[in-house]
Write a protein that binds this ligand. Structure first.
Ligand SMILES: Cc1cc2nc3c(=O)[nH]c(=O)nc-3n(C[C@H](O)[C@H](O)[C@H](O)COP(=O)(O)OP(=O)(O)OC[C@H]3O[C@@H](n4cnc5c(N)ncnc54)[C@H](O)[C@@H]3O)c2cc1C
Length: 405
């Protein structure tokens, strides 16, 4: 028998004070709120969302999870993040649909193979199953792949990363909102932070479109809008907003059992549990805040997909959408707190990596906010790395869209 529909999170009146105010109702904000309440007994917390939960990239991403980053600092965080999916599914009592299908990053030149070798070595150093495979092995795993030399960029091999896969993105938003709300967190949709008040060099209050909230702690998790939140306390963040576009095809019989990505083709894809081929690309190369899609991108994506997997020729695209990526110059996030203002915390600049990392970062960010001690796993992501010339090296060269180049 069908159960009566129950709201996942409850609607509460906005109070005039909270122990912490979280600005941004995406996966990072909700995860931090959940862990503040669950692990640190802080229940008097507000999550402010100017539109609706998941309005930002949390509700628009392609939901790929993996831990085969380039730098050890990132790998440690993402590796722990991967382990959390089954645990979270059970403790939230909400199916996050973790599908551990594994990831294949294709290489189309000898130099790309060398670059992957570094990533494979780092992953193996951290005890993760990851290896280089040749083009023939790629074909055995994905028979639909064209490994001939007819391709513009023939496939030389790939990095195979078995621990990765996909998680349902809106399930994570809803599951965390449910978990946080059950622990007493107040979730306020259509509530926009419009200003932040400081007294004696400490956070004093947050001004919203619905009134003033007194609080000693603020977390800036506003994704691409985090620069605007930081500007409220006269802080400039090295973050640019760029659009990423994605699309899905009509549902097909199983044809793609792995997440497959290609840097040379600027294309990645996986087959959803419904059978649709979900595909995304690199970012639009100019900063902007729109989430529109473009014919240019759809054409590019269709060409790339059908060149890599010719059997997809003629398959219909069902829909396309855009979301924003908050990009830093070294493609690693800014995670910081109590600097330069006591009580001001930040977790932003995730670019196109912020879905997979949300629960684990939320867990450690909550620890940071509750204890005022930055956990060592988060220390490398300090904002001061930019002024100390200590960038993370997640990419070998500065990102090309960087307007300072
Ligand atoms: C097309 C696409 C594909 C992607 N694919 C992947 C992927 O496969 N794997 C992966 O790991 N990552 C992926 N990402 C990146 C990932 O989605 C983001 O990094 C992640 O969702 C960021 O979450 P967040 O909570 O930090 O920010 P968001 O989800 O952007 O949430 C920020 C929220 O803050 C709110 N807000 C802003 N200003 C205010 C204000 N003044 N007051 C109140 N609220 C405010 C916004 O409305 C928004 O809802 C992708 C992104 C896109 C766009």
């Amino acid at each position: 028998m069908l159960q009566k529909y129950k709201r996942l999170w409850s609607k509460k009146s906005l109070k005039s004070s909270y122990d912490a105010v979280i600005i941004g109702g995406g996966v990072h904000g909700l995860a931090t709120a959940y862990y503040l309440a669950k692990n640190h007994g802080m229940h008097n917390i507000a999550v402010l969302e100017k539109k609706y939960l998941g309005f930002g990239s949390s509700g628009r991403n392609t939901a790929i999870v993996r831990a085969n980053q380039r730098t050890s600092e990132n790998v440690c965080l993402y590796q722990e993040g991967l382990k959390l999916w089954p645990e979270l599914t059970s403790e939230l009592d909400f199916n996050l649909m973790f599908f551990n299908c594994g990831n294949l990053n294709l290489a189309h030149s000898e130099s790309a193979i060398s670059a992957l070798r570094l990533q494979v070595t780092t992953a193996q150093f951290h005890g993760m199953k990851t290896k280089l495979i040749d083009a023939k092995e790629c074909k055995e795993m994905i028979p639909a792949l064209d490994i001939s030399d007819r391709l513009r960029y023939p496939i030389f091999g790939a990095m195979y990363h078995p621990p990765g896969g996909t998680v349902r993105h809106d399930a994570l938003v809803w599951g965390l909102a449910k978990g946080a709300s059950q622990l007493g967190v107040h979730i306020h949709q259509k509530t926009e932070a419009t200003g932040i008040g400081i007294e004696k060099e400490r956070i004093a209050y947050v001004q919203t479109n619905k009134g003033k909230i007194f609080t000693p702690r603020v977390l800036n998790v506003a994704g691409p809008y985090s620069t605007l939140i930081a500007a409220m306390i006269d802080l400039r963040l090295p973050i640019h907003a760029l659009t990423i576009q994605a699309m899905v095809t009509e549902p097909l019989k199983p044809v793609l059992n792995y997440v497959v990505s290609s840097g040379a083709y600027h294309c990645y894809a996986n087959q959803s549990l419904k059978g649709e081929i979900v595909s995304g690309s690199h970012m639009d190369p100019w900063p902007n805040y729109t989430t529109q899609t473009t014919a240019h991108y759809i054409k590019h994506q269709a060409e790339a997909l059908t060149e890599l997997m010719p059997c997809l020729k003629g398959v219909k695209l069902m829909r396309a959408w855009g979301g924003l990526a908050d990009m830093t110059p070294d493609m690693a996030p800014i995670i910081d707190g109590n600097d330069p203002i006591q009580g001001f915390f930040q977790n932003c600049g995730w670019g196109y990596f912020g879905f997979k990392s949300a629960p684990v970062t939320g867990k450690y960010m909550a620890q940071f906010m509750a204890t005022d001690q930055c956990p060592s796993i988060l220390k490398p992501f300090t904002m001061r790395r930019y002024e100390n010339h200590n960038l993370m090296g997640e990419i070998a060269t500065p990102v090309y869209y960087n307007p300072w180049n």
